[in-house]
Design a protein around this ligand. Sequence first.
Ligand code: FAD
Length: 117
Amino acid sequence: ELKNDTIKAELGRGTWKLLHTMMARFPENPTTSEKEALRNFLHLFSRLYPCGECAAEFQEILKKYPPQVSSREAASQWACAIHNMVNVRLKKEIFDCGSIADKYKCGCDDENDNKKD
Ligand code: FAD
């Protein structure tokens, strides 16, 4: 059980990293199609996330707090807020969403990401 908890936590860390980095790279002014893609991705993601217990909880969160896809800022803040809801449930520290813009970089060699840490 301890071993499983370690694996589950590792999956969670990798997944949150991917989700927050996707939001940090989401267009500042997304097209209708880009908004739809993010909304669809998150709903499919919540069905397919391999930790069943986590997926069920996440689906409940999505019902109450539909993905905000109007802009990069809206999407990033939404993801930060829902991660904090999971943090509360798991009795973890609340993350300061004000600082999120600088934290998630993808290492992609293009605009906005050329600054080294
Ligand atoms: P994580 O929560 O994995 O966070 C990783 C890093 O992200 C932190 O160290 C911090 O630097 C940063 N961070 C923290 N909060 C935020 C935030 N709000 N916004 C941006 N960055 C932040 N585990 C369970 O045991 N039960 C569950 O029901 C469960 N549900 C999950 C649902 C989803 C959708 C996901 C992706 C994961 C879920 N997990 C669940 C895993 C859990 O959330 C953690 O990923 C895991 O416990 C490891 O936690 P951690 O303390 O290393 O930090």
